[in-house]
Design a protein around this ligand. Structure first.
Ligand code: HEM
Length: 223
């Protein structure tokens, strides 16, 4: 029988084996998001690279909207109802990090989950304020855009530190898991379908935006 995967999987020595946890769309989303964020960041100060900055911003926004949609109807570990928990669960999880047996979650842990929600919300605010500042809604909106990006960067640093720390604590390479989709768990807790088709549709959607913006086929999206 499947264990209660919304609770920590405490039987660290049980019949745990690599199981499929992250579907293809979640993995494509993650690494494309990282790439877009970095591209938008390094092109932000230059007039010459403005089109790339705007394109990276639109694809970033498209990815975030997809992820919210996937968080409602996606596979088990991708759904918000599965990983977003209240402050009690977060505090209980953080307390176990100080013990010799930190709680292990098959999906996102309760603390990491809030960093993820922060990234999604601040990411959306970044895109909205970026769009508004390119469309001349006033200088203040440009300043707000920069302030939100800096806050987002801070949450990303916390996120990456959290990933590295929990990889060591659980002796499990979480970065590799975000690449091949596999984490330690009971075989009955694996997701059944990797959702390749949705993953391919997501890539097609991104390529469509990149092509449309860079070749001038979507002029209505540009300032
Ligand atoms: C190179 C730096 C990064 C690494 C190594 C990394 C690694 C990871 C890993 C391992 C997870 C899964 C965490 C878990 O097991 O619970 C994750 C999730 C996530 N990361 Fe990152 N991350 C990086 C940068 C970023 C950046 C720059 C962003 C945002 C722009 C980001 C946004 C997210 C989001 C939103 C999730 C949740 C994935 C989902 O459920 O869809 N990450 N990251």
């Amino acid at each position: 029988m499947a264990s209660d995967v919304t609770s920590p999987d405490l039987e660290l020595t049980g019949d745990r084996t690599p199981i499929l946890v992250w579907d293809v769309p979640t993995r494509v989303f993650h690494w494309a998001l990282v790439f877009c964020f970095m591209l938008a960041y390094v092109t932000s100060e230059s007039e010459r690279w403005q089109l790339w900055h705007v394109t990276a911003g639109y694809v970033f926004g498209f990815l975030l909207i997809f992820r919210i949609f996937w968080g409602l109807i996606g596979t088990r570990y991708a759904r918000f109802t599965h990983f977003v928990r209240g402050p009690k669960a977060v505090a209980a999880y953080l307390r176990t990090l100080l013990t010799r047996h930190p709680a292990h979650y098959v999906g996102h842990n309760p603390a990491g989950a809030w960093a993820i929600i922060g990234i999604l919300m601040l990411g959306l605010m970044t895109v909205l304020t970026g769009w508004a500042s390119f469309n001349d809604y006033g200088d203040w909106i440009g300043e707000l855009h920069e302030a939100i990006v800096n806050l987002l960067l801070l949450v990303i640093v916390v996120h990456v530190v959290g990933v590295v720390v929990s990889s060591f604590l659980h002796r499990e390479n979480l970065v590799r898991a975000m690449v091949n989709g596999r984490k330690q768990g009971h075989p009955t807790d694996a997701i059944r379908y990797p959702q390749w088709i949705i993953g391919m549709l997501l890539i097609t959607g991104m390529l469509f935006f990149i092509w449309g913006l860079l070749t001038g086929h979507m002029p209505w999206l540009l300032p």
